[in-house]
Design a protein around this ligand. Structure first.
Ligand SMILES: [Zn+2]
Length: 347
């Protein structure tokens, strides 16, 4: 602690009441004395930020990268990190990278990230060599679970499940304050649980995976198809007014449009199959959902809950609170800051 005090990372906040003897000194983290560089390369938009140890974002950048693959996707991540690094007014403690795919956080290697075309990419070593800082890498859903446990609705809880519904669907599981990764780092990979027999082909090679019916791209496609099928519907009208089709779908459902409600119900039913599996195996009573499906609101949560109750022990599902995250699009960045604080042993 003395060393951190000397470096100005922590500051004395005064003295606490003491039953006798020398009063203990309260020590807090000096808000912006040290920053962490957090980068999230898991979506069509890369997002990066300088974050302090309390999870407050000092500087943020968003870069649309579309479906960049391979080395190009890596170069775009370097560029974003470099720009943020140049903006930091204080020395950085390290870099936290949130990435899609199967990731070994101990080695910092992305074994497979289909969307980026990465296979066995040693992200940690590459960034550490380039920037000379400690680097930590984790899967985006895992980062989101850490963010919920540190800054979100799971604060103070020992166990929680975070489900990320993006282009892919993944889960982060926190057990006893720690991420549970599984033997092959694939714990909670419900995106490739088959929920439709003989369904649409999935990028994993199988058919009918949860991602093919409830992932963001699948929802966008279905929304546009339904709007074309029913051009007079509130859904078709909403599509013209909203920038994203998921927002349009949510708005039309709020207006009670039957086409929109039926589609939201179907999406919820499929997600409910995944939730039933999670509840049955883990019996963790807090499930937080991340991603743009938050625009689908209460009708989605109701459909998920109803389907999960139909497929798992009703008592267990009823005891489980299923909700949308309040952390928004910065969740993975906040998770990266939580991860660095914990692995660097900072207060
Ligand atoms: Zn699949």
């Amino acid at each position: 602690m003395g060393e951190l005090l000397a470096e100005g990372v922590v500051e004395e906040l005064g003295t606490a009441p003491s039953p006798g003897g020398k009063p203990p000194i309260l020590v807090g983290v000096a808000d912006n004395s040290r920053l962490i560089l957090a980068v999230d390369v898991s979506n069509d938009e890369y997002r990066g930020a300088l974050v302090n140890l309390r999870g407050k974002i000092a500087e943020e950048m968003v870069r649309p990268v579309g479906r960049l693959q391979g080395q190009e996707a890596l170069e775009a991540a370097y560029t974003l990190a470099g720009e943020l690094l140049a903006k930091s007014p204080v020395p950085l403690l390290g870099i936290g990278i949130s990435t899609p795919g199967l990731v070994d956080p101990q080695e910092g290697v992305v074994y497979q990230a289909v969307n980026r075309g990465w296979v066995d990419v040693p992200l940690r070593a590459l960034f550490a060599e380039r920037y000379g800082l400690p680097v930590f890498v984790a899967n985006d859903s895992h980062m989101m679970a850490l963010a919920e446990a540190s800054f979100g609705s799971g604060r103070g809880r020992r166990r929680l499940v975070a489900i990320k519904v993006g282009e892919g669907i993944g889960t982060g599981i926190v057990v006893d304050g720690q991420l549970y990764l599984g033997d092959g780092f694939g714990a909670g990979e419900i995106g490739h649980l088959v929920v439709v027999d003989e369904g649409l082909p999935c990028r994993c090679g199988n058919r009918g995976c949860l991602e093919t019916v409830a992932g963001v791209r699948a929802i966008q496609q279905r929304t546009e198809e339904e709007a074309r099928r029913f051009p007079e519907s509130a859904l078709a009208a909403a599509l013209d007014r909203f920038p994203s089709s998921i927002e349009a779908l949510g708005e039309a459902a709020r207006q009670g449009d039957p086409t929109a409600l039926a589609l939201v119900h179907t999406i919820g039913r499929h997600l409910g199959i995944g939730v039933a599996a999670l509840v049955s195996v883990l019996n963790i009573e807090r499930i937080v959902i991340h991603g743009p499906v938050r625009h689908l609101g209460p009708p989605l949560l109701q459909a998920i809950g109803a389907e999960a109750r139909r497929r798992a022990l009703e008592r267990l599902v009823r005891a489980t609170r299923i909700e949308f995250s309040q952390l928004g699009e910065k969740a993975a960045l906040l998770g990266a800051s939580a991860l660095l604080s914990s692995v660097l042993g900072l207060p």
